[in-house]
Design a protein around this ligand. Structure first.
Ligand code: FES
Length: 147
């Protein structure tokens, strides 16, 4: 037997052990990197709620139009309805003469409370919470819509 065959580099058992350690080490390294990477990719920052102040009284038409919502005064109190169509996201319009909300893109129609009437939209319009604030005499001062 020659001296070269006895060197540690040529020892098959030692080579297998090193390969095994490398495999386990690379698996451990991949696992230790995968967890923080997964947490980073899955991390979501929740948007802060936005408060929009609508001064009272509302116009005689009975509703107030903002960029993102309509504010209606109903018998059950104020209701804020989103202006983003649930079909493909177009901005809806309120047709006061017919008392319906209609999407100009594909003519989905909704009630002033956001209930779907017809059209390709399958869901109702979202409704936002409204806080009615009064002054010391009990008169309505303004409405705060939380988006
Ligand atoms: S985007 Fe409103 S009906 Fe299609």
């Amino acid at each position: 037997m020659s001296c070269a065959n006895r060197s540690p580099a040529n020892d098959p058992q030692r080579r297998q052990t090193l390969i095994s350690w490398l495999r386990w080490g690379s698996l451990l390294l991949a696992g230790s990197l995968a967890w923080p990477l997964t947490r980073f990719l899955a991390f979501r920052v929740m948007p802060k709620p936005r408060h929009v102040l609508v001064p009272a009284p509302l116009p005689l038409s009975g509703y107030h139009a903002e960029r993102d919502f309509f504010l209606f005064l109903t018998a059950k109190g104020p209701i804020a309805v989103s202006r983003t169509c649930t079909h493909l996201g177009c901005r809806v319009n309120y047709l006061a003469d017919r008392k319906i909300i209609e999407c100009p893109c594909h003519q989905s129609r909704f009630t002033p409370t956001g209930q779907r009437i017809s059209g390709p939209a399958k869901r109702n319009l979202p409704v936002y919470p409204v806080e009615t604030r009064t002054d010391a005499s009990g008169k309505v001062r303004d409405y705060v819509v939380t988006l």
